[in-house]
Design a binder for this molecule. Structure first.
Ligand SMILES: Nc1ncnc2c1ncn2[C@@H]1O[C@H](COP(=O)(O)OP(=O)(O)O)[C@@H](O)[C@H]1O
Ligand SMILES: [Mg+2]
Length: 429
């Protein structure tokens, strides 16, 4: 009896186990089905999202089978760009049938690249539109699996206008370079053509001035000589400024004697200053290196411009060139005058091209407004700094620095004693 009861209980327990197992199996299947549904829903959602992006994108997009170029989908942008309808393309044509590539070898090459790399950005190719016209296009491609097929999605941009613009810019740059080259060649030629007769003219004046002359004849010829020197300086300045603009002006490096150069420059203006009754002098600090290493011709040009201005804008009193050593191996130059001065606020702008204190002064004093701008460019090229101080009616000081860049300590000589103000420059030794 008891045994029968035990058997009954055991059978009940087994049944209960069977029931539990089948219930668990059912739940698992339900869970799996729910998960699958969720995955499919997410997939559908993402496909819909992709489809929306694909079809609403204003850029031309296509999906083709990788192997044969058969169209799997195209968007409105693609149809607009190439001139076909969606119906014409889907299920009828492959990109080969349409002869889309100007170079038929282009697609196999591109497909090979996509197979190797998975994606190819900004591939440039020439493509044929429905009307037969050939356009420059940029394609960005990516390999994708779509509807179980090995496919390739392409975003295509017509860059014909961009390319034309790029070409036009390249052409414009080339012709600008050619024009610039032609201009500098012209300048080099004209420089030679103007300078040669000027040099002959000035040489002849020198020869005549060396002969016995009546005082008034000498005076006329002195005036002619001074005017021709100014003209030559102006020509040089204009040409140099053009060369600077084109980056064709290069500094020379050589040793030269500073006192000799100072003397030469002062001598050039001696006649002009004395005619105005202005005393022209030069002081050189004895600590200043005698031999400098740099571009003597450019230093001469800067000094000539500053002294020319000082003499031009001074009607009485004195003009002095002062030279002394400055910090960090620099030499300092100052041109001091007791002339008409410059309103303080205007000094800075005078270093800009064509800038003058008063345009009406052009009639009285002449000039082009080129000199100080050229001086600034030259000084900066040499690694120095230029500036000026003045106030209306109080005279002016223009100053700049230049590296002395001594090559050899043995060359360093200093002057015996400081020259007195307004004294003439020492002779070169
Ligand atoms: N030492 C000076 N005294 C008074 N004004 C000066 C002096 N140096 C330059 N300037 C002013 O700066 C202007 C520009 O000088 P610059 O560039 O040499 O051109 P330009 O001498 O041809 O006029 C001059 O026209 C003048 O107004
Ligand atoms: Mg000047």
């Amino acid at each position: 009896m008891l045994r029968a009861r035990v058997a009954e209980l055991e059978a009940g327990a087994q049944n209960a186990n069977v029931y539990t197992a089948s219930q668990q199996g059912n739940e698992k299947r339900h869970r799996q089905a729910a998960e699958q549904n969720e995955t499919e829903a997410a997939l559908r959602k993402s496909e819909q999202k992709f489809s929306r992006i694909f079809h609403l994108n204003p850029l031309a997009m296509s999906i083709t089978r990788l192997d044969d170029g058969y169209f799997l989908d195209v968007n409105e942008g693609y149809c607009r760009l190439f001139g076909y309808t969606r119906e014409e393309l889907l299920g009828h044509f492959s990109v080969q049938d349409l002869n889309l590539w100007q170079d038929p070898g282009e697609r196999p090459r591109l497909v090979e690249l996509v197979r190797q790399k998975g994606e190819v950005p900004d591939y440039k190719a020439r493509m044929r539109y429905c009307d037969g016209s050939i356009k420059d296009c940029s394609l960005s491609l990516r390999r994708i699996e779509i509807q179980g097929e090995d496919g390739m999605i392409a975003i295509i941009r017509d860059i014909t206008e961009e390319k034309a613009l790029e070409q036009a810019l390249i052409q414009a740059r080339i012709s600008a370079e050619e024009t610039s080259l032609a201009k500098s060649e012209f300048l080099a030629n004209i420089s030679h053509e103007i300078r040669t007769p000027m040099t002959i003219f000035m040489g002849m004046l020198d020869l005549v001035l060396a002969t016995r002359l009546e005082p008034d004849q000498r005076e006329y010829l002195d005036t002619a000589q001074s005017a021709s020197q100014s003209l030559l300086r102006l020509i040089e300045d204009i040409l140099d400024f053009s060369r600077l603009e084109f980056g064709h002006l290069h500094l020379r490096q050589a040793d030269f004697s500073l006192p000799a150069l100072a003397r030469e420059v002062i001598d050039m203006f001696r006649y002009k200053a004395s005619r105005k009754g202005v005393i022209l002098g030069c002081t050189i600090d004895p600590q200043t290196p005698v031999i400098l290493h740099g571009d003597e011709q450019r230093l001469r040009q800067i000094l000539m411009n500053l002294i020319d201005n000082a003499v031009k804008f001074t009607d009485r009193g004195e003009v002095t060139l002062g030279i002394s050593p400055a910090q960090s191996g620099l030499v300092s130059f100052r041109v001091i005058d007791s002339g008409i001065g410059i309103p303080e606020a205007k000094i800075g702008q005078l270093f800009q091209i064509f800038s003058q204190v008063d345009s009406s002064s052009t009639r009285h004093y002449g000039g082009t407004g080129l000199g100080l701008a050229l001086c600034r460019r030259l000084v900066e090229m040499m690694g120095g700094v230029i500036g000026g101080e003045s106030s209306d009616g109080e005279g002016s000081v223009f100053h700049f620095t230049m590296p002395s860049d001594l090559q050899d300590g043995a060359l360093q000589k200093t002057l015996r004693k400081p020259e007195a103000q307004n004294a003439t420059c020492p002779s070169p030794r």
